[in-house]
Design a protein. Sequence first.
Length: 533
Amino acid sequence: MAESPSRTRRSIAPILLLLVVTAAAFSEARSFDFVAWDDDVNLYQNERFIRGTPDIAYFWRTPFFGMYIPVTYTVWGLLAAVAKQAPAAPGMPALNPSIFHLANLGLHLLNVLLVFAILRRLLDKEWAAAAGALLFGVHPIQVEAVAWATGMKDVLGGFFSLLALWGYLSYAAEKRARPRGWKYAAATLAYALALLSKPSSAAMPVVAWVLDCFLLRRSWRQATGALAPWAILAVPAAIATKLAQDPDASVGFITPLWARPLVAGDALAFYLGKLALPVGLIPDYSRSPASILKSGQVYYTWLVPAALAGIAWTCRRRWPWLPVSLAVFVAGLLPVLGFTRFVFQELSTVADRYVYLSMLGPALALASLAVTCDLRWVRAGIGGILAVLAGLTLFQSLHWYGTQPLFEHTLTVNPRSTIAHNNLGALHYMRGDYARAATHYQASLEVLPNDAPVHDNLAMALLLQGKQEEAVRHWEEALRIDPGWARAHFNYGAYLASTGRMDEAREHWREAVRCDPEFVPARRALEQAGDVP
């Protein structure tokens, strides 16, 4: 049934509020630079974007950078075509970062409106739905996904997931046959696009099932039958992700099966803590399974989500929305809780960006609380909390201004962050401060001594300080750890060539090409040495 004009007019005020407050909380993002953490590989140093017309078709044919997310790369390619600019200096980005940040913010605003539409459909209360949507929009834990250019994969995946959920709920609530079919088809298409934007969108059928059964009150058989095709669609996406990331080869520590529920419980406890007290938010918490098992904290942190689940179940009759909200939150995180292995888990099971879509759960909880406790002091308290969160988000977003402020802030919270040390090392290396670069690389190796790329980076920093023998030791260690690391072969070969050992240099360059046939520097080196690969 179409909405009445009066209801449409009533919706304008909360919609404007959502757009204005969320945009204000992220207002500084438009002026942010790229950060040298995946933005380089994905965007401003991506040859398929910066050379000529963006080669979008490539990303549909093959995985890139350990992921198969062709819809995200399609959007990035279109933005790159608009964002091209003359570099301000050699080595500077040939893409305008503002275009990507504004696109990210625009998508986030659309997601806030989708959350508002979903909550309004479920609760039929305009301002309660607006409160929940605003929590989704301005909670500081959302900053990483929105303020980071590469975070678009989370925001875009969230957009299609929320669009699919909104369409599915419209279908499930519809009684007439013809509109239902079109709504279901459109929702399924949106879900497929979500999977091709961010594979962890595979959790959406579980979220939809929970809402269908426990809020729309349809039978579990109806919900399961309707969502079974979505679950089937998720299978090839999971296989593609498995093949693209190849975690069996790249994840060093294998979490025992018995420990995986404990790791998941620890991750949930961590996220619940950050939801309640969103301070100290950084891109790398170094909360890997190996570290938490070694510290022993994993054996008791699971009690936090277990206790909350017990409370929610006990209060299910008085507050039926509480267990549903918790279930939605957990369901959205299922792919990244550690039950199955993924590459980033080598550094940390938890990351702020993983919570992006799951924030629908807390949004539902807050909106339901506003409906249940419709008292002036409750409304005032909710408004005050949301205002504080918006201010914290504005402050938190400033850390993402560029590479140096982001990772210097990270080290103040987590001095053992290998991501921060490696990125600051690379930054100082590019600036010619090889001693400071080496210091950061050495600090990273103290945490992860078997990181071949960091050994290679340290070798280069040492070489440029005239410490050839130390550099050689680190190249040899890098190739012992990972004989297939093409760049280490190339760099070591270049050093050998500079000392006149051309036969050994050619051998390393050939190995670099064998390991990575698209590694152009090694091919050029062989051609210049008269050895065409």
